[in-house]
Design a binder for this molecule. Structure first.
Ligand code: MRU
Length: 410
């Protein structure tokens, strides 16, 4: 883990953001090629000094593969980029929430999968056998999918990487060729995610009227994806189109993704926002402040039930009671047609210490029992629409989700 000097990345443009309310000037990287607010995760290749006998063997991947990611556990106080050179570091980064949000987790896992083979080829040379490679990729898949259970993008990305490996191996490619094929597939997953974000932003922006005050829960912006974000993408597109909007941001207990990450991201973009505690939602809805709710998703079941950050269900029920549209913004990689309903979605149970303390400071009596499910399920009956990169889906979700997912996979 290192705190990188942003100036060391030749391909990355830098944009300087002042920390509003703070004295420090900070640097956030943006990619000149893609509409992305902050750079969440990306792949780089760096020259390595290869010594002795390894040199001849390592020829095809003489550049070391490196996964860079923004350490979200330190935001907004510190902006630190992690330089990861081993798949175990990638798995640890996902597990410890240094990278978070369903699409970003999927993209990171794909890069981690590619990195695992790239590293092995560099270390052990091109003479690796197919059996060794297959065994290695199987255990890497298990390592990465074992990090977090709820966001289906993780499993979707690893499955796609595994299929890419299988296809390439059937064509008898060399280990370095396979390593490059996996890198390209991971990059494609990242690029597709960026494109999907933009599409979702454009579809979703049509649901936002000039002057709207929107509510969002957790964090579903650029930090959660390889592009503009999911739930925040429509806000960015609407804002850029000149619509005036204001966003109410739930702090999102227990680990405050809203207060720390969403508030930071919107502030950088200059979108007016009001941070509220989670238990203020009903109050503001009853007063008529909120025009619509936009949230992301970690998994959408075949019937349209939606798993998202804990607290989303409560927001949906309140929105329903106050006749406020409740929109879920999610790419098709978040839709899991294999699960008939939200009842089947595995819910991550996290350390109760996240509830009994805030940022390392205890707030509850020592020894108190606490529960900490990280996600909840919102039944589809509370969902006004699901905004995907392929269009806006409304009930009946069972038929419409299946139709949109399958139509494009043929
Ligand atoms: O536990 P996290 O921080 O990974 O949870 C993130 C969320 O639940 C987001 O709302 C979700 O992934 C939205 S999709 C960008």
């Amino acid at each position: 883990m290192i705190c990188c000097n942003a100036a060391t990345y030749g391909t990355i443009q830098q944009k300087s953001f002042p920390f509003r309310g703070g004295r420090r000037e900070s640097q956030v990287m943006v990619d000149a090629q893609r509409p992305q607010r902050v750079r969440t995760v990306w792949w780089e290749e760096e020259k390595v000094e290869v010594v002795g006998t390894q040199k001849a063997q390592a020829e095809p991947t003489e550049q070391a593969g490196v996964v860079y990611l923004l350490d979200q556990s330190l935001l907004p106080q510190e902006i630190v980029y992690l330089r990861l050179t081993h798949e175990q570091q990638v798995a640890d980064a996902i597990k410890t929430l240094k990278v978070r949000g369903a699409p970003a987790i999927g993209v990171t896992a794909a890069f981690g999968f590619a990195l695992a083979l790239w590293r092995l080829v560099l270390e052990q040379g091109a003479s690796l056998s197919s059996a060794e490679i297959q065994q290695h990729l199987r255990s890497v898949g298990t390592l990465l999918t074992g990090t977090r259970p709820t966001a289906v993008n993780l499993f979707w990305a690893i499955e796609r990487m595994q299929q890419c490996a299988n296809r390439a191996m059937q064509e008898q490619v060399t280990p370095p060729q396979l390593a490059r094929a996996l890198r390209d597939e991971a990059q494609m997953i990242a690029d597709e995610d960026a494109a999907a974000c933009l599409q979702m932003g454009q579809y979703g922006a049509n649901l936002i009227a000039d002057g709207d005050t929107l509510l969002t829960h957790c964090k579903a912006g650029a930090l959660a994806t390889a592009g503009l974000g999911t739930a925040l993408a429509p806000m960015y597109v609407a804002h850029e189109a000149g619509k005036k909007l204001h966003v109410f941001v739930d702090e999102t207990r227990p680990i405050l993704q809203g207060a720390r990450l969403t508030a930071w991201e919107l502030q950088q973009e200059g979108i007016p926002l009001t941070l509220i505690t989670d238990n203020m939602v009903g109050h503001f809805m009853r007063r008529g402040t909120i025009s619509a709710v936009f949230v992301g998703a970690d998994r959408v079941a075949a019937n349209g039930d939606v798993a998202n950050k804990i607290g989303t269900y409560g927001v949906a029920v309140l929105a329903h009671a106050h006749h406020i549209p409740f929109y879920v913004v999610a790419p098709c990689s978040t839709i899991d047609l294999a699960l008939p309903s939200g009842e089947h979605i595995p819910i991550e149970q996290r350390n109760p210490e996240e509830v009994t303390s805030v940022r390392g400071t205890a707030i509850a009596p020592v020894g108190v029992h606490a529960a900490n499910p990280a996600f909840d399920v919102t039944p589809h009956t509370y969902v006004s629409a699901i905004i995907t990169e392929r269009g806006i889906i409304r009930a009946p979700y069972e038929t419409n989700l299946r139709e949109i997912c399958l139509r494009y996979s043929q």
